[in-house]
Design a protein around this ligand. Sequence first.
Ligand code: TXA
Ligand code: MG
Length: 322
Amino acid sequence: MKEQIRDQIKSAAAIIRGGGLVAFPTETVYGLGADGLNPVAVAKIFEVKNRPTFNPLILHIENKDRLYTVCEIPSEKVNDLIEEFWPGPLTLVLPKKPNVPEIVTGGLNTVAVRMPDNLIALELIKESGTPIAAPSANLFGQLSPTRAGHVQKQFGDKIDMILDGGKCSVGIESTILLIEQEEITLLRPGGIPLESIREVIGEIKLYPKKSDRPNAPGQLAFHYSPQTPILMLTVENIEKYKDEKIGAIFFKGNDSKFNFIKEIILSPAGSLSEAAANLFSTLHKLDDLQLDCILIEPFPQEGLGVALMDRIQKAVAKYEMS
Ligand code: TXA
Ligand code: MG
């Protein structure tokens, strides 16, 4: 790690210890961090993000043993999961210990924890000497940031510092699992595919699509939306918008026989992980082009395609309803 970034991490850690807000890179998306054990600092996150409710946050830790300081371990499978997937894009929701402030957990008796796979993030948490509470560093409902510039665009001077770690390598948020004694439940598909999780711990329960628990992740009808209307790329939608300025996003290539003003292919080689790494930055880019609409091709519902489709369906839902 270069000397310059080390100095920046030291300044950022001082801000965290002082109760301020720092945006930092992780392997998934940029996070907006505060001292996770300081409720006043955590409250500032909700304020600048404009979150309408106190949606619970993820605590980021820099070493596996820290887990035992913030939560209980109700199942042996937790150790198998963290051995296999940490550091990495897997968040575990576990029974919280009393030292975790209520504002972090939205009043729930569980806390979400993960160890990010990014050297700048790990060094920042270590230097800060506290778990860092962080949601994705975007305004409520808007696109997740995968570059420092995306954070700058949405927050500018409203936060104390942005650590620039370049492009996020995974590009899509962590997979979230709720761990209970009897069973393990998927709360949000993400950077670790379900198939890989099943290989380690066997069958897991899928969270019901519709729920009366709006506090739980993935339960909002829409999210992750660009400002430009976005819809699925279908024959009907091409027909409907063909006289307007359309930007199109494809997985491997354009098979539609239609030429769009702007076309982006996420992974010519057909790699879902490459597509995930490029999805949000592509949406940010197209959102800056003053297009009338963005059409996006569906992904195969396997591996990371499940998480990609989850994000796209939520982005599209906002415009399908209007
Ligand atoms: O990859 C990620 O997970 C990124 C990076 C920054 O780590 N973070 C992220 O945070 O996506 P956020 O706040 O945008 O999404 C976290 C989700 C929320 O939907 C929240 O409802 C859920 O985690 N969550 C947090 N604590 C929970 C809990 N105790 N029970 C159920 N859901 C919880
Ligand atoms: Mg988010």
